[in-house]
Design a protein around this ligand. Structure first.
Ligand SMILES: NC(=O)c1ccc[n+]([C@@H]2O[C@H](COP(=O)([O-])OP(=O)(O)OC[C@H]3O[C@@H](n4cnc5c(N)ncnc54)[C@H](O)[C@@H]3O)[C@@H](O)[C@H]2O)c1
Length: 422
């Protein structure tokens, strides 16, 4: 790849990136198999694709799979703090992929990269947070007729896309890959769960045992994180706005209370809601000295950082890597991690490859489906086709050397028959 057709930090980092891409690939057997199938069947032959995803080793293996399927892929970052610069370098040097991603880039640079992905005139897009689709709708209306469709990777992106559909402004069909069971039940729960613990621990070296951990949101990500913290010996408190999720948390054995009450009890706070200003001024005022505050939801708006900055009498930046210390008027220190951005990607490596194997296998198959059927779809948000889910879960089971039972003929007829009762 001509280095002028990309924007990355340093091509010299490629050796380390290549090692990481290969290491991740070892744990992505389903995606590997799909890559081999794609190489033969060429389901994406000649298609221009732009992907706006976290630039990690796992994403590199997805992009390689799309390329093996015949697509001409451009990759840009979906978050300025999640890019692994060495991976970006290896994608350019070793895999001939055009990459626009630099860790820590400012907002202007982030949007310049998104623009480069849009100017590839994609026929299929892949988004993680809906920034690329939004840009195409806002600034590249003239190219929209060429777009066959898009895939969306995360909950926040799906929420934005459904809002676009409701407002009648969505101009392309989207497969909500996030809503696949092969994605959210595993990636959001086990992937975000484990890697959020990893990010908080790497950033702070905090001992989780015995700490009061306040988890905002008991959705897929929150459930995963709460359960992993419990496993590490923390006393976990859940805050919710949905009565059913709150009940579920209570019956799973967690304490449930409003943030207002939890604010004075927590040692560690983590937001995983997809909502805005979940931890805000009135909560900061009640926090204990040394409280750690982190976010693992998609955007950096879950913690009201401007309010925290306004409240603080002093801010000590970088008291440790990824930790800023805000000193409150009463002298209490609040430790904000990774500027409120996704802690698992900013301070750790994101989800383990083994779980991204399922999400990205679903992404790759959804892209092939979009290439074949996109023109028949309406401008709506679609659930992923169930045969894709069945294929991915069976392949994953096989890769784990697990087999399951098959329905007998008698069971098939019993399950489809309403006459047999007591
Ligand atoms: N860190 C990562 O790598 C990663 C991975 C996947 C998803 N995400 C992001 O994490 C967020 C959550 O995703 P999810 O799949 O768990 O979504 P979800 O919809 O399953 O769960 C979100 C939960 O937050 C609750 N909630 C909303 N507002 C709240 C508030 N003010 N206080 C307390 N609870 C509130 C909702 O009721 C819901 O139960 C999204 O932004 C998603 O994009 C991050």
């Amino acid at each position: 790849m001509n280095p002028n057709h990309c924007d990355i930090k340093d091509l010299g980092l490629a050796d380390e990136g290549l090692r990481r891409i290969r290491w991740a690939d070892n744990d992505m057997p389903v995606l590997q198999q799909i890559r081999n199938e794609f190489r033969k069947a060429q389901p994406l032959r000649g298609l221009r694709m732009s992907a706006c995803l976290h630039v990690t080793a796992e994403t590199a293996n997805l992009v390689r799979t799309l390329q093996a399927g015949g697509a001409e892929v451009v990759l840009c970052a979906s978050n300025p703090l999640s890019t692994q610069d060495d991976v970006a370098a290896s994608l350019v040097r070793d895999f001939d992929i055009r990459v626009y991603a630099i860790r820590g880039i400012d907002n202007q640079g982030y949007y310049r990269h998104l623009k480069a992905a849009a100017e590839h005139k994609p026929q299929i897009t892949m988004d993680d947070g809906c920034d690329l689709v939004t840009l195409l709708h806002d600034k590249y209306k003239k190219n929209m007729s060429e777009v066959i469709g898009s895939m969306e990777e995360t909950t926040t992106g799906v929420i934005r896309l459904r809002a676009m559909e409701r407002s009648g402004v969505l101009k392309l069909p989207v497969i909500a890959v996030n809503d696949a069971k092969t994605k959210n039940m595993f990636d959001n729960r086990y992937g975000t769960g484990q890697s959020t613990v990893d990010g908080i621990v790497r950033a702070t070296d905090v001992l989780l045992a015995g700490k009061n951990v306040v988890v905002a949101g008991y959705g897929w990500c929150g459930r995963g994180f709460a359960n992993r913290c419990r496993g590490m010996g923390s006393n976990v408190i859940i805050t919710e706005i949905d009565p059913i999720k709150a009940l579920e948390a209570a019956m799973d054995g967690f304490r449930v209370m409003p943030m207002d009450e939890a604010a004075g009890i927590g040692d560690i706070f983590c937001t995983l809601t997809g909502n805005k200003h979940v931890v805000r001024k009135e909560h900061f005022k009640k926090m204990k000295d040394g409280a750690i505050v982190a976010n693992s939801g998609h955007f950096d708006v879950e913690i009201d950082i401007p309010a925290l900055a306004k409240l603080a009498k002093q801010v000590n930046r970088g008291v440790r890597n990824h930790v800023d210390e805000y000193v409150m008027p009463n002298g209490n220190r609040i430790h904000l991690l990774a500027e409120g951005r996704l802690i698992n990607l900013a301070a750790a490596e994101g989800h383990p490859a083994s779980v991204m194997d399922m999400s990205f296998a679903t992404q790759a198959l959804a892209a092939a489906y979009m290439a074949e059927h996109g023109k028949e779809l309406e401008n709506k948000v679609y659930d992923p086709p169930s045969d894709i889910e069945d294929k991915v879960s069976m392949m994953k089971l096989r890769s784990m050397s697990l087999t399951i039972d098959k329905l007998t003929k008698e069971q098939v007829s019993y399950l489809s028959d309403w006459t047999e009762g007591t």
